[in-house]
Design a protein. Structure first.
Lengths: 309, 251
């Protein structure tokens, strides 16, 4: 559905996107991750035909994004970052205009607009001025606009930014429902979201692709892996050494806080030393206040891939 | 074509989403009505060879509101879209950049035509009431309005170009005003300069909207201003497209 080949975008003085290549197959939901300024929006803007690439090319549904831009755009629904909308139009008016602009047949516009209003839970707000809507509602209007011509591909640039947790949940549910019969490329900072929705993740940093894999595989390959938090009361001098000697433990940090001590153990990806730690504690009569094993999260992977250099 | 009409429809309607359109229409109606009234009462004072059409289109009271409306009509065409970011949703819809530029121009031009439409009735009313001709010939009447449309097209295009250059409506309005004023003053140099050479006079004549209108309202349809305004409009629209793409691409 999307094919990106050696795409580069250079601005005077800096390169926003350097020679990236990736593909998104039909039906995939791909998370596009990266810190602010990594080149996510620039890439999306090139895919949607808004910005011309400096070199390289990309195609959507087989149409080159620059040479056959209009045809390519007919296949995609795009929600730009920060959801720009005409504030002085009414919701249904705006969606009808957008439907007509995107080539929905005149006789079908009413039905399509009705459908997307329903889908995005905007039926009640259909006659409201867009300027008077809340941020979450505006976001849903933007999504409704992206969907109104029933595109095969959705490109969503940070659809949940600036929303409160309830709104984020609503938008996430909505996107999940949309994903059934569509290809989706979505950029976001909210990583649990990606783990829930995306079948694949592309991580971009400083204009380069750092990883492209399923979330599971990324977690597996991730080197800094898991963590165990152990709280002990009146910990002795020898605790640190004994913990560090356990199999699978990479290093141990001792964070003193009287009277309890907190130990942070970084472990190998697969290792689960909790049972052994408890055994050790029982043998040495340590006073265990708590023990938690934190599984490696996509957040750790993200931080790892996008920090430093 | 349908896409283009959709775009044009929104451009035209967008004027009426805000109260500015109604305010401009209202005050322009008052200004032109007052201009017409003073023109007719001036002619009433003494016998004169000047027709009503000439009297209406060649006064300061005509030109002053005339040059002021263009910044108001065109200032938000692009500025607002760039500032709000809606330019991104617009330009990523399956429409070409030319369609966007032309629809914005024609939308603003349509509004310009609309605010002139009522003035037509002044002359109709004059002829009905007095039973006299408002112009020497149909050519003088039609010619005045033709020139009004052509100058308008050029100035609207200038305004759209200015609006495409900036995110701020106010900047766009000031730039438009300065550009139009510049053309206007250049045209007036013919009156100000002390006996300029024929070549310079010839060049200045192209800029002089005042002189063009003086000719056309007497029924002198000169082809030079027609070609000048048409080609300048086309040229400015071409620049407009370049500026629009440049701003979009450097985003």
């Amino acid at each position: 559905m999307i094919k990106v080949v050696h795409l580069t975008k250079r601005y005077p003085g800096f390169t926003a996107v350097r020679d990236i290549s990736f593909e998104v197959d039909k039906g995939e939901v791909v998370g596009f991750l990266g810190p602010n300024g990594a080149g996510k929006s620039t890439t999306m803007r090139m895919l949607t035909g808004y910005l011309p690439p400096t070199s390289g090319h990309a195609s959507i549904a087989g149409f080159d994004i620059f040479e056959q831009s209009i045809q390519a755009r007919q296949h995609l629904g795009y929600l730009p970052e920060s959801t720009p909308l005409y504030r002085d139009m009414r919701v249904h008016e705006y969606l009808r205009y957008r439907a007509s602009l995107k080539g929905v047949e005149g006789s079908k516009i009413k039905d399509r607009v009705g459908d997307v209003l329903e889908m995005c839970d905007l039926k009640e707000k259909e006659r409201a001025l867009i300027g008077t809507l809340s941020k979450g509602q505006k976001q849903r209007v933007g999504l409704a606009d992206a969907l109104v011509h029933d595109p095969d591909l959705l490109i969503l640039d940070e659809p949940t930014i600036g929303l409160d947790p309830n709104q984020i949940r609503q938008v996430r549910e909505l996107i999940k429902n949309l994903a059934h019969r569509r290809t989706v490329l979505i950029s976001t900072h909210i990583l649990p979201e990606v783990e829930m929705m995306c079948s694949r993740v592309v991580v971009i940093h400083k204009g380069r692709i750092r990883a492209s894999d399923t979330p599971e595989n990324l977690l597996q390959k991730h080197r800094s892996a898991g963590e165990v938090r152990l709280e002990l009361q009146n910990a002795g001098e020898d605790v640190h050494a004994k913990l560090a000697a356990l199999a699978g433990v990479k290093d141990v940090q001792h964070k003193k806080s009287d009277p309890d001590s907190l130990f942070l153990l970084r472990t190998e990806a697969e290792a689960d030393p909790t049972a052994e730690i408890l055994k050790l504690a029982a043998d040495n009569h340590w006073n265990v206040r708590g023990i938690v094993r934190k599984k490696p999260s996509l957040e750790d992977v993200f931080v790892d891939l996008t920090q430093g250099e | 074509m349908r896409t283009f009409l959709t775009l044009l429809g929104r451009e035209v309607k967008s004027f009426f989403y805000s109260p500015i359109a109604y305010v401009v229409l209202f005050f322009f109606l008052i200004a032109t009505g007052f201009n017409f009234y003073t023109g007719v009462s001036f002619l009433n004072q003494s016998p004169s060879e000047v027709t009503v059409v000439e009297a209406a289109f060649n006064t300061v009271l005509f030109w002053f509101p005339f040059v002021l409306i263009f910044p108001l009509i065109t200032m938000r065409t692009y500025s607002d879209e760039f500032r709000m970011g809606t330019i991104e949703t617009l330009a990523t819809a399956p429409v070409s950049d030319w369609q966007i530029v032309l629809s914005k121009f024609l939308g603003a031009f349509f509004f310009y035509v609309l605010i002139w439409a009522p003035s037509f009735l002044y002359f109709v009313a004059f002829q009905e009431i007095t039973g006299k001709q408002a112009a020497l010939a149909a050519g003088a009447f039609g010619g005045s309005y033709l020139l009004l449309l052509l100058i308008g097209a050029f100035y609207v295009a200038l305004g759209c170009l200015a609006s495409a250059l900036t995110n701020e409506q106010i900047n766009a309005a000031v730039m438009t005003f300065v550009a139009i004023f510049g053309f206007f003053v250049t045209g007036l140099l013919g009156f100000i300069l002390n006996s300029p050479s024929p070549a310079i006079r010839e060049i200045i004549a192209y800029f002089s909207a005042v002189e063009h209108m003086a000719d056309f309202s007497r029924g002198l349809i000169d082809s030079r201003p027609l070609i000048w305004y048409t080609s300048m409009t086309a040229f400015v629209l071409f620049l407009n497209l370049q500026v629009f793409q440049y701003r979009k691409w450097k985003a």
